[in-house]
Design a protein around this ligand. Sequence first.
Ligand code: NAD
Ligand code: TYD
Length: 352
Amino acid sequence: MTILVTGGAGFIGGNFVLDWLAGQNETIINLDALTYAGNLDTLHAAQTDSRHTFIHGNIGDRVLVERLLTEHQPRAVINFAAESHVDRSIHGPGDFIQTNIAGTFNMLESVRGYWNGLDAKYRTAFRLLHVSTDEVYGTLSPEDPPFTETNRYEPNSPYSASKAASDHLVRAWHHTYGLPVLTTNCSNNYGPYHFPEKLIPLVILNALASKPLPIYGDGQQVRDWLYVKDHCSAIRRVLEAGKLGETYNIGGWNEKTNLDVVKTICAILDELKPRADGASYAAQITFVQDRPGHDRRYAIDAGKLKRELDWKPTETFDSGIRKTVQWYLDNPQWVDNITSGHYRDWIRQQYG
Ligand code: NAD
Ligand code: TYD
């Protein structure tokens, strides 16, 4: 059996591929466009595994995707591919519309054609799992209950609006064409191989490089953090047992303010790699201008996943963040390649 993963050279997709190869004996076709966020270094261990085939390409390329589907006959497609960074979506929303909306549309059409042509047995077993975000639900005030699957979609950033649009397309392809889809909406992830444009890896690496730790606004925005390997296990569980056409919220029950997250990272670094001058890394915290339209609070109620599919996260924030900081300390090569931009050299050499 085979699965097709898109965006598997990114942060979550990369972790998913590595965990999949470690845990199951099933081949993976990994389609990734290798944007700035795609990093083949993350897949180092997978590249020598005969069960993993990497394909450089775009989810919007119907000829390519249709060829891959016909050739490899996957039993499932898991769509991680996306433009994922809110700040970039504010500066340049075009790529988000292209990949997250038009790309998802094209992929749905390719998958629909493939699925329609399958024999009855394989048609029934086939799944398309679309990976999405809690940001589609908009923002919460401090006293609001966490997001459930029935919350209204109220996306506020170009990123979340493009993901919301992709979720609606996936839903419509199920209701109109019967495509066997599952959608997951997850809270903020953190863990190994996270690109240092996002808060947690940025703070770890800036701290170690004696740079300022930039906190937007007052730092009291709240995010619900989930260790990436827990996200991967939830996706495997939904793929295995999720009800067709349903959406599942995935979260860590770990609401933290940004300032608390940054202070926790500083405290762990103070312990594991103290500054030469003996001062705390917290001295590097710098308040900077807020993000336009910054959502104040996200929080996920993952009760449906617990009740119906018996899934819960294994890491607390304290255990997960410690593992994460340690991972960045233990992997200077991966970090150097990404901060120097050398991870792009291989892409240029190999793919032009
Ligand atoms: P990422 O930016 O680290 O990785 C995205 C990957 O997709 C990259 O490898 C990139 O090269 C690839 N890609 C981009 N455009 C493509 C295209 N047109 N065709 C093929 N590949 C393309 O993102 P991530 O953090 O790993 O997020 C993965 C998915 O999970 C996204 O759909 C995102 O919306 C969702 N998500 C992320 C988080 C989070 O906290 N990071 C939380 C919830 C949901
Ligand atoms: P981010 O990691 O970009 O994820 P998202 O915007 O998808 O939640 O940001 C997490 C939170 O951290 C968010 O409230 C914005 C804030 N933030 C900062 O305060 N400083 C930074 O330099 C970055 C990148 C984010």
